[in-house]
Design a protein around this ligand. Structure first.
Ligand code: C5P
Length: 322
């Protein structure tokens, strides 16, 4: 054990997990709930591993951050279409200079990162991550909140009434069929994202609220799979990675906090809840393990910054030359 402890190993694979976690991950890897079609053999065996800068260029070129707009079919003909934004999120928001993406990891506890996080021009938070009572560690600024459809629909989150969701810009997503066929998705969303969206918009008509196009989640998924040597879970990426890519399209530089665990690494799932599960950090349903491998490869900061602050530094897409 050197002076600098271990940080995330970018060649992490499911075979390196403990036996319980390995089983959980392998179970999910055997499912295909969303009808994912893998092109080619799956994995990169044979092909050379891309460098960090090459990976960044792939993400920039092959992923489009798109959101639903009121003129988009099949939504445009529905009576509530006018509740959707007129324009894309990326044309309404930013560009920002420096941004923070705050994972909800338990390792944020006692980090003292609050001031640093709030010093960024825009801060992205996830789901039910609250700041009240945790300002010292996570700050208090929320520019954008990315929520999944499960959080929007679950009774204990009080999505429609809780003040947690009523500041900043909301962005929602739902695990959609791989085909990205919008009608198919509309008729069988994972959770009732559209009914909750309509209710929320009626209650908070002034708050900007976007819905991610399902193509986005699967384009990001494809980047992860194409750059891994083994088949990954056939489920959408975690909110954490989707939010990171979203911010890379809005900001000149993106700092992600405690996505790659620092020396405070813990099985505590979220900094705001007393619930322990290693799957929160290593992934079970989501291909989180592989997302972390890619983020480690793209990091432009030092391992020391990961170890001390749990901080990763990624360039915004507008600043990279491909
Ligand atoms: O659990 P939730 O999805 O709300 O957390 C937000 C994101 O933070 C996750 O999608 C994941 O990317 C990241 N996270 C993590 N480790 C944890 C908890 C969350 O990497 N222990």
């Amino acid at each position: 054990h050197g002076l600098l402890g271990e940080v995330w190993n970018e060649d992490m694979s499911s075979s390196m997990l403990g036996s319980r976690m390995k089983k959980v991950v392998q179970n999910y890897q055997a499912m295909n709930k969303y009808g994912v079609k893998v092109s080619g053999p799956g994995g990169i065996s044979g092909r050379p591993k891309l460098s960090g800068p090459e990976l960044l260029c792939q993400l920039k070129e092959k992923v489009e951050v798109t959101t639903l707009t009121s003129d988009l079919q099949p939504f445009s003909v529905l009576p509530w279409a006018s509740q959707l934004p007129l324009k894309q999120l990326t044309s309404d928001l930013g560009p920002y200079r420096s941004c923070a993406v705050v994972s909800s990891a338990g390792s944020l506890r006692n980090s003292g990162l609050g001031k640093e996080i709030d010093s960024h021009d825009a801060v992205l938070r996830f789901n039910a991550a609250l700041t009240s009572g945790f300002e010292k560690d996570v700050g208090s600024k929320t520019t954008i909140r990315l929520v999944n459809s499960q959080v929007m629909a679950s009774d204990d989150n009080h999505f429609l009434s809780s003040s947690l969701y009523s500041s900043g810009v909301l962005v929602a997503w739902d695990p959609a069929p791989f085909s990205s066929d919008l009608t198919q998705w509309y008729n069988r969303t994972d959770y009732p994202i559209f009914t909750q969206y309509q209710r929320y918009r009626r209650l908070h008509p002034q708050q900007p609220f976007y819905i991610l196009h399902p193509r986005f989640e699967w384009q990001v998924w494809q980047r992860i799979q194409d750059n891994m040597a083994e088949p990954i879970q056939k489920n959408p990426p975690s909110s954490g990675f989707l939010g990171t890519v979203l911010m890379m399209s809005l900001c000149e530089v993106v700092h992600v906090y405690e996505f790659l665990p620092s020396r405070r690494k813990t099985e505590l799932c979220h900094y705001y809840q007393r619930f322990y599960d290693a799957a929160c950090t290593l992934g079970a349903y989501h291909p989180l393990l592989y997302e972390k491998n890619l983020v480690k490869r793209m990091n432009q900061g030092s391992n020391r910054e990961i170890y001390i602050s749990g901080r990763v530094t990624l360039p915004g897409f507008s600043t990279i030359n491909c």
